[in-house]
Design a protein around this ligand. Structure first.
Ligand code: NBP
Length: 502
């Protein structure tokens, strides 16, 4: 065969990625378990896609595999979990040593590590490649986060670099204006080899964890304007539109402005947000991020808080009942000096966002030790500047921060971010205290601030905590005036007896 690449799994993501690759001049063989879906797709391509002649459908997996140039490159975009293992099992008898299998779905990175090991034994390359940007991203330029071996990366690099989103070299802003058959050319590409085995899928997962907290912070900013300042959705939409021109400029802020200005499609007098049920769904990547943070002991509390906020929202029926029983302060909306408060909320959002990203990057910093990766954080921030859901001007600052200091321990310690928090914190604190006074929930703002204050505390009350652990469980304690790791214990039932080394 001579086709450049094969794709299995023609749902939304798969279809769009195929067209993206074809637009860039690659011939793509396609296969789908349910053949009708493949046929429908090919028909749709032929009736309007400029690159249709570069998309070739196969009903039989064997013919699909045969059509590919060696070493074969086969990407699958099927549901994460068992389907991925099933696709691999079906392909194994048909492929040869040196071929490259690529999983573009949202697989758990531990599954990717396992699959890479299993396939490496058979001489097959396996790449777990995070794909972010939803449907439109896949179609016109996603952010691509491939793991796997260097050798596999070199083989898929031309395709990945061509198809990924592009950003302006100087400003880091995403290059816009791609159309079917007319992809973006030039600019810096939003893909890079992340690291071996599961590194790509891990980094994609952290991206999603950050996405959760980014969204929750935006929701809290909206809620505070709504309740504390009694602003209407359209008015708040205009605020977000303004914010999108400054340091908060990002895809999520941009779509928030659009959503808040949208009317209910069935009743033009109502705001769209007012007819959407306030019960959040989730598919698990935020939860995985929070669980991994707990597993490796990294305080990513804001990311966890964002997951819990969705869980709390899901208790809609309980909340409706509780709202009639559990009392809180009556909110008296602030009427005067609204613009000043809006600016304070913006500062609170920006400071919280810095803390949230600091947590995400701290998590990756620890994870790389756990899994033996060497992640390049400047590059990771760079390839998130375009294509993906958290794309933002802000990410350029993170790239700069790691360029200035490769060993940066925490983003908040970078001069730019430190200064931003120093200048915003008074407003940030004020907004959180106003929320507490008025009974407006702002868990993500609050937990980000708790992280900041905890991180900058030379002394935390864990001294008392260690005392308790020694008291009830003889867990021992370290002394401030002795070497770290030297353990002491008091015989608590009779504390007058001298302490002794454990
Ligand atoms: P889905 O996650 O809904 O998967 C549907 C595809 O999987 C269909 O092509 C289906 O074939 C195929 N499939 C299944 Br299910 N079981 C299979 C099996 N045992 N063998 C072969 N094929 C099987 O599609 P999607 O929403 O396009 O997402 C694809 C991947 O990309 C997922 O991992 C998702 O998490 C990830 N992702 C999605 C987005 C997004 O915005 N949707 C963004 C980023 C990443 P069939 O037609 O025969 O049922």
């Amino acid at each position: 065969g001579e086709h450049h690449i094969g794709l299995i799994g023609l749902a939304v993501m798969g279809q769009n990625l195929v067209l993206n690759m074809a637009d860039h001049g690659f011939t793509v063989s396609v296969y789908n378990r349910t053949t009708e879906k493949m046929e429908e797709f090919i028909e749709r391509c032929q009736s309007g896609e400029p690159s249709a002649d570069r998309v070739i459908g196969y009903a039989k997996l064997k013919d699909f595999v045969k059509s590919l140039a060696k070493p074969r490159k086969i990407i699958f975009l099927v549901k994460a979990g068992r389907p991925v293992d099933m696709v691999i099992a079906e392909l194994l008898p048909l492929i040869d040593k040196g071929d490259i299998l690529i999983d573009g779905g949202n697989s758990e990175w531990t599954d990717t590590i396992r699959r890479e090991n299993e396939l490496a034994e058979k001489g097959i390359h396996f790449v777990g490649s995070g794909v972010s940007g939803g449907e439109l991203g896949a179609r016109f330029g996603p952010s691509l986060m491939p793991g796997g071996s260097k050798e596999a990366w070199n083989a898929i690099k031309p395709i990945w670099r061509a198809c990924a989103a592009k950003v302006d070299k100087k400003t880091g802003a995403e290059l816009q204006g791609a159309e079917a058959g007319k992809p973006i050319k030039g600019g810096e590409t939003c893909t890079a080899h992340i690291g071996p085995d599961g590194a790509g899928h891990y980094v994609k997962m952290v991206h999603n964890g950050i996405e959760y907290i980014d969204m929750q912070l935006i929701c809290e900013a909206y809620s505070i304007m709504r309740h504390l300042l009694a602003m209407k959705p359209e008015e708040i939409g205009e605020v977000f539109e303004e914010w999108n021109k400054g340091e908060l400029s990002s895809y999520l802020i941009e779509i928030t402005a659009d959503i808040l200005k949208q009317k209910d499609p069935t009743n033009k007098r109502k705001a769209f947000v007012d007819i959407v049920l306030d019960r959040a769904g989730q598919k698990g990547t935020g939860k995985w991020t929070a669980m991994n943070a707990l597993d490796i002991g990294v305080p990513a509390n804001a990311i966890g808080e964002a997951v819990y906020a969705r869980c709390l929202s899901a208790l809609k029926d309980e909340r409706v009942k509780a709202s009639k029983v559990l009392k809180g302060p009556k909110i008296k909306p602030i009427q005067r000096g609204k613009a000043k408060y809006v600016e304070m909320i913006r500062e609170a959002l920006y400071c919280s966002k810095i803390c949230a990203y600091a947590q995400g990057f701290q998590l990756m910093t620890e994870a790389q030790k756990e899994y033996n990766w060497k992640l390049n954080f400047g590059t990771i921030a760079k390839i998130w500047r375009g294509g993906c859901i958290i794309r933002a001007r802000f990410l350029q600052k993170i790239t700069d921060a790691y360029a200035n200091d490769k060993k940066l321990q925490n983003l908040m310690m970078d001069p730019y971010f430190k200064k931003a928090i120093h200048s915003g914190q008074e407003d940030w604190r004020k907004i959180i205290s106003l929320c507490a006074e008025h009974g407006i929930p702002s868990p993500a703002f609050g937990s980000a601030l708790a992280y900041y204050d905890g991180y900058r505390s030379e002394v935390l009350p864990a001294n008392l905590l260690q005392g308790m652990r020694d008291y009830f469980g003889a867990h021992t304690y370290e002394r401030t005036d002795k070497k770290r790791g030297e353990m002491f214990h008091i015989d608590w039932p009779d504390p007058k007896r001298p302490q002794y080394k454990a």
